[in-house]
Design a protein around this ligand. Structure first.
Ligand code: ITT
Length: 199
């Protein structure tokens, strides 16, 4: 089966491709469909945006499409930036990673260590051109540091310490991050679902 990866975030494409190499699917990207319209992410839940992105790509390409909507929920900010994580520091649809995490560090400047809890959320949506959709969630709990550390990964990785570790996601190897991350966990559930068809 061919699946179109409906994301324009190159780092997500990298992560999803490396975690799906064993799956019984051929993963195409939006580079194979350059004229596919950009989805307006105007829903107020990860699931709403993921399903919208996946379904629009499935309709346009005529193939099953997989979208990822993800973000960071910070306890001390009542769950913000949440679905607005990509554009926390700017109004642009797809934000600037260092600007976003620097704004987060500033917003949390007076928050003590024990109140800096946060979690990453990932909703993957698989949509078929006939309108069927299926969603898979993954979560990664942890806390926000006081300064950025590490150069790997993307987004808020340099300020996020997964639970039980004293290194940020940006200081971990790809394999370490994939084993702990919200996206890795959601992809495990997708893999189970896809394997159930090929057994
Ligand atoms: P697409 O909509 O094209 O997939 P996007 O970057 O706009 O790309 P989202 O709307 O889902 O994606 O925004 C997710 C944001 O959440 C992303 O830009 C990062 O800032 C943050 N984020 C998600 N997963 C992350 C991860 O694994 N590590 C660090 N930050 C992450």
């Amino acid at each position: 089966m061919e699946i179109v990866l409906a994301t324009r975030n190159k780092k997500k494409v990298e992560e999803i491709r490396r975690i799906t190499t064993d799956l019984p699917v051929t993963v195409l990207s939006l580079d194979d469909f350059p004229a596919c319209p950009v989805t307006v992410e105007d829903r107020d839940t990860f699931e709403g945006n993921a399903v919208k992105k996946a379904f629009e790509a499935a309709l346009y390409t005529g193939k099953p499409a997989l979208a990822d909507d993800s973000g960071l929920e910070v306890d001390a900010l009542g769950g913000a930036p949440g679905v607005y994580s990509a554009r926390y520091a700017t109004d642009a649809e797809s934000g600037n990673d260092p600007k976003n995490y620097i704004k987060l560090l500033k917003d949390l400047i007076n928050i003590p260590p024990q109140e800096r809890g946060a979690r990453f959320v990932c909703c993957l949506a698989l949509a078929y051109p006939d309108g069927r959709t299926k969603t898979f969630f993954g979560y990664a709990k942890g806390h926000i540091g006081r300064e950025s550390r590490g150069k790997k990964g993307f987004g808020y990785d340099p300020v996020f310490y997964p639970e039980g570790f004293d290194r940020t996601f940006a200081e971990m190897t790809a394999d370490e991050k994939d084993a702990l991350s919200h996206r890795g966990k959601a992809l495990e559930k997708l893999a189970e679902f896809l394997h159930s068809f090929s057994r």
